[in-house]
Ligand binder design. Structure first.
Ligand SMILES: C[S@@+](CC[C@H](N)C(=O)[O-])C[C@H]1O[C@@H](n2cnc3c(N)ncnc32)[C@H](O)[C@@H]1O
Length: 335
């Protein structure tokens, strides 16, 4: 059993909390304590875990110090820990996904055939199937989502929780997909594809409607899983990695999906560079993701501004946790 300390107990921690508690319950980890720049440390408790000061964190010599914060906050914590003498190899940033991947190795290794089967199923599905919530929810569940919550892990959420899954919540993504599958799209771009799992799924839905679709994948880094195997089923895909929206300014795609750098500055830039030129649909992931608020307002601020910049358009929101977490925002430019 790994002895861990969770460092950073703000908004991001809340997303991962259930997962760590589940690991603890199944005796995969022992949580030695929590720490945060905003907590004083020593003696108090947070969610029944002891709060440690920076020096106490280092003294415990835990197997892992898991930073549950993002971007600049995580970098600052990492620098503090190193300066205080923590072993570098023990420090894990949850957004490196390393610890989670290790725990999920068994589930993850069998994902590819199941996911390819889902893509085939979508490509041959009928209109009535892809617009039916129950049908779509079942295939999202078989395909798998990233295991953020305990119901993803123990199967009660009717979904396979897998590091090889889509970085989405299953119900809001399902509802959005039934909406998306009605559209005839010729050109699409997804900015921020990570493993490609949302890309393959959405590309299949759109390709089912229009085999002549071109679906471009934009990211600063190539983390795509099994691209060749998925490309064999989805020749509509074009890998544009490494690149950012800066490389395509003003290009009028029918469909633009924005899920890249979640700071306000970068996400509004993706909208200004590409999102606002979309002919049909502009879609944003994480419109309620408050864990990015410290990044000059993050994607929550970006979505509010984008809505106010486009008063003449129709806006739709798909959300399991309104105003709290994740959330998909859609601007309909025209049918
Ligand atoms: C949350 S992940 C995308 C998840 C993916 N859409 C899914 O649902 O499976 C964010 C991705 O954005 C990429 N990224 C970060 N900054 C970027 C930028 N400026 N332009 C393009 N991609 C970026 C990261 O490399 C990462 O792969």
């Amino acid at each position: 059993m790994d002895r861990v300390i969770l460092y950073g107990v703000g908004e991001t921690f809340r997303c991962f909390e259930k997962m760590f508690l589940d690991f603890q319950e199944h005796k995969k980890v022992q949580i030695l304590g929590v720490a945060d720049k905003n907590l004083l440390g020593g003696g108090n408790s947070f969610h029944s875990h002891k709060i440690l000061s920076l020096s106490e964190v280092v003294e415990t010599d835990a197997d892992y110090i898991i930073i549950t914060a993002q971007a600049s906050a995580a970098n600052g914590i990492y620098a503090d820990l190193c300066a205080a003498g923590a072993r570098k190899e023990s420090i894990v940033n949850v957004y490196s996904y390393a610890l989670v991947e290790e725990k999920f190795a068994d589930i993850d290794k069998d994902r590819l055939p199941a996911q390819l089967a889902v893509i085939r199923k979508i490509l041959s599905a009928s209109d009535s199937e892809v617009t039916d919530f129950a049908w779509m929810r079942a295939v999202v569940g078989q395909y798998g989502v990233y295991p953020y919550r305990s119901e993803d892990i123990d199967g009660t959420g009717n979904v396979v929780g897998t590091c090889k899954g889509i970085v989405q919540r299953p119900n809001e993504f399902t509802e959005y997909c039934t909406y998306l599958s009605k559209w005839h799209i010729d050109t699409a771009v997804e900015i921020g594809v990570f493993r490609g799992k949302s890309s393959y799924f959405m590309c299949a839905l759109l390709a089912r409607n229009n085999p002549n679709l071109v679906y471009e994948l934009v990211d600063i880094a190539d983390n795509l899983d099994n691209y060749d195997e998925f490309y064999a089923l989805l020749p509509q895909m074009r890998k544009k990695i490494p690149s950012t929206s800066d490389d395509f300014v003003g290009k009028p795609y029918d469909f633009v999906f924005i899920d890249a750098d979640h700071s306000y500055d970068a996400s509004i830039r993706d909208f200004m560079n590409l999102g606002r030129y979309a002919n049909k649909l502009t879609v944003f992931h994480d419109i309620y993701a408050h864990e990015y608020d410290h990044l000059n307002g993050g994607t929550v601020r970006m979505w509010k501004e984008v809505v106010s910049l486009t008063p003449q358009r129709k806006h739709y929101v798909f959300s399991e946790y309104p105003d709290k977490w994740m959330g998909i925002g859609v601007i309909e430019n025209k049918k």
